[in-house]
Design a protein around this ligand. Structure first.
Ligand SMILES: Cc1ncc(COP(=O)(O)O)c(C=O)c1O
Length: 389
């Protein structure tokens, strides 16, 4: 592993007290929540140390976040957002929820593409809006794609008030093409449905794939869309509580401005995000290389130890969506992996009924821990008790 990422030693990781490391007993290997195991980037640590030393721990001010994000987006994503239209928010899901409340009337529908990140269901419903499913299409080889007919149908249903698109997609790891995004812009425009785009995984696009930022689509609907992203996923700092919302036009900006008091980021998170976006590119490169290597390694390990699992390498990010239906472990294979293998994956059903028989494995770690996760899963399948530790 690149030394910039640390060594992911279990002894050090188990000293962490985050959700990932405190939810299960110490003998369980956690590979569920989307948090990576790498050491933080030095630039982020320096920024936090400097803020603490200066006593700069007050309520947030956006500061240079707009310029820093525009710098990153133009250098890495081929996108030049207006820094004035970049907003600090506490996290992506809170930003999405606030904007949905602004755009969709109570009990109105929000279209999503399951299997998809479980808080999409949870937060929309908690906000008193309805989920409208336009499931992804699945090819015979198990690969996923957008189903534009299903999407158009969902957009046209009475009461549909917004579409929440996930690109890159969690958990299936797809990045959608420019042509697909143009088609989405066209459909939402025709149906008059506002669009929210979650691009939180965009900094982690893997070799061979290309993320197309929605705002680079040449279509009026693209300019009306509100995009949500962050440094928190790419640089692994979700606990610092700073996400980013990017409005495409003055109306989107007005929604975010009006709700500013419900969208206060952590000031430390703003500092850390600016440092990451401006200077921690070598760290990001190392993380992407490692995830890519792990994604390839996982294919080899599964073929050898768990040939009943179907897996397509993700195009982005560190989440592997595993079709475990061939293992005969029932609806919730993650439950079996946990009890019999002492490895915690995310249950597929959390991502919608389409996830029945699936599980999501976090590979944002060392090759050794990916190998250990598969060893424990295989031990669970073989009905053996994995050694504890
Ligand atoms: C697609 C997607 N959106 C949002 C989030 C959560 O982001 P935040 O912690 O900023 O709300 C995640 C976390 O894994 C995610 O995968």
């Amino acid at each position: 592993m690149d030394p910039i990422l640390g060594d992911c030693s279990l002894a050090k990781l188990r000293a962490r007290t985050s959700h990932k490391w405190r939810t299960y007993d110490p003998d369980v290997l956690p590979a569920f929540v989307a948090e990576m195991d790498f050491d933080p980037a030095e630039q982020i640590k320096d920024a936090i140390r400097a803020a603490v030393a200066a006593g700069d721990l007050g309520y947030p001010h956006k500061g240079d976040l707009g310029e820093a994000f525009a710098y990153f987006a133009s250098g890495r994503l081929g996108w030049s957002p207006d820094p004035d239209l970049v907003y600090a928010i506490p996290d992506v899901m809170t930003g999405i929820t606030e904007v949905i409340q602004a755009l969709v009337r109570p009990s109105g529908g929000v279209v999503i593409n399951p299997p998809v990140y479980s808080p999409f269901f949870f937060r929309v419903q908690l906000a008193g809006r309805r989920i409208v499913e336009a499931p992804l299409a699945v090819a015979p080889d198990g690969s996923y794609d957008l189903d534009l007919d299903a999407l158009d149908h969902a957009l046209g249903l009475p009461g549909t008030g917004a579409y929440l698109l996930c690109n890159p997609h969690n958990p299936v790891g797809r990045v959608w093409s420019r042509e697909q995004l143009i088609a989405i812009a066209e459909l939402t425009d025709r149906r008059g449905v506002p669009l929210l785009v979650d691009e939180i995984h965009a900094p982690l696009v893997l070799a061979g794939a290309r993320h197309v930022p929605f705002h680079t689509i040449d279509h009026p609907a693209a300019r009306r869309a509100i995009v949500f992203t962050s440094a928190s996923k790419g640089w692994n700092i979700p606990g610092l509580k700073c996400g980013i919302a990017v409005a495409g036009d003055r109306e989107g900006a007005a929604i975010l401005t009006q709700r500013w008091d419900g969208l206060l980021a952590s000031h430390l998170g703003v500092h850390a995000s600016v440092a990451a976006l401006r200077g921690a590119w070598p760290w990001l490169d190392a993380a992407v290389r490692q995830i890519d290597e792990n994604a390839r390694l996982l294919a080899v390990l599964l073929a050898e130890h768990l040939p009943g699992v179907r897996y397509q390498r993700p195009q982005a990010s560190f989440l592997a969506w595993l079709d475990c239906r061939g293992l005969g472990l029932g609806h919730d294979p993650a439950a079996k992996f946990l009890t019999a293998g002492r490895v915690a994956l995310s249950p597929g059903e959390d991502f919608g009924v389409q996830g029945d028989g699936f599980a999501r494995l976090n590979i944002g770690t060392s090759p050794d821990l990916v190998t250990e996760a598969v060893r424990r899963m295989a031990a669970a399948v073989a009905g053996q008790q994995a050694p504890r530790g």
